[in-house]
Design a protein around this ligand. Structure first.
Ligand code: AP5
Length: 215
């Protein structure tokens, strides 16, 4: 099973991808995580994208397509979860070609629908574990009271540089201008399924599982 998770910033793509990795052994390919890793390790590419990301703009198609290509060549597992990729029509075309070349079938494109008001709350309250990337939220999924990540035990709490209202406005603008046309693109291809992302994390996970198990 190979799927794309589509949705605005804060929709829950990363949270749900983690569930699927743990439950089904799928491989999460998050271009946001790859770009943040490059930024943190201070590579030339990381330096190039740091400002773009903190403003909330999209990184060039060429860079992210290159990152995905590298991973597709190396990773194996019970299917891929494309999280935050593709984000433009050019990226969608490039992914189609890459999958075709690797003889990989795209099974579903799952849109996680959440309204803008809820997104602000989710983004502003988010933190992630510096050890393993587990996603937390100040209200809906707070850090364990002993201060240790429930997955890896790390005490390194991270907040993203682009998790503020100003960058979020720009990220949303980019989403509606450049990424939302993909909904029509994948609908026309017959791949699109939409689920309600305003439900609790576990309910969203159950909806996703139903799509994956074709129930
Ligand atoms: P990226 O890292 O992909 O960020 P994003 O798309 O903005 O999405 P987020 O990671 O912010 O949100 P999410 O949907 O994963 O939500 P999460 O599960 O964390 O990209 C960052 C930047 O990198 C981009 O702006 C761009 O610059 C660049 N970039 C990346 N990919 C690119 C590409 N392909 N092309 C060009 N540039 C690219 O959840 C959010 C919070 O809500 C968490 O705290 C979580 O606990 C909580 N939550 C989740 N689900 C629920 C629920 N059901 N109920 C209540 N709370 C919930």
């Amino acid at each position: 099973m190979n799927i794309i998770l589509l949705g605005p910033p804060g929709a829950g793509k990363g949270t749900q991808a983690q569930f699927l990795v743990e439950a089904l052994g799928m491989v999460q390919l998050s271009t946001g995580d790859m770009l943040r890793d490059a930024k943190d390790s201070g590579t030339e590419m990381g330096k190039l994208v740091a400002d773009v990301m903190s403003r909330g703009d999209l990184v060039t198609d060429e860079i992210v397509i290159g990152l995905i290509k590298e991973k597709l060549d190396g990773e194996k597992g019970a299917g891929f979860i494309f999280d935050g990729f593709p984000r433009t029509l050019a990226q969608a075309d490039a992914l189609g070609k890459l999958l075709n070349d690797c003889d990989i079938k795209l099974d579903s494109v799952i849109e996680i629908q959440v309204d803008d008001k809820a997104l602000i709350k989710r983004i502003v309250g988010r933190s992630t574990c510096g050890g393993c990337g587990q996603v937390y939220h100040d209200e809906t999924k707070p850090w364990p009271s002993d201060g240790k990540c429930s997955s890896c035990g790390s005490t390194d709490v991270k907040r993203r540089a682009d998790d503020n209202e100003e960058s979020l406005k720009q990220r949303l603008m980019e989403y509606y201008k450049k990424t939302s046309p993909l909904l029509g693109y994948y609908f026309a291809k017959g791949n699109l399924v939409s689920i309600d992302g305003l439900l609790s994390m576990n309910e969203v996970r159950d909806s996703l599982k139903k799509v994956i198990n074709k129930e």
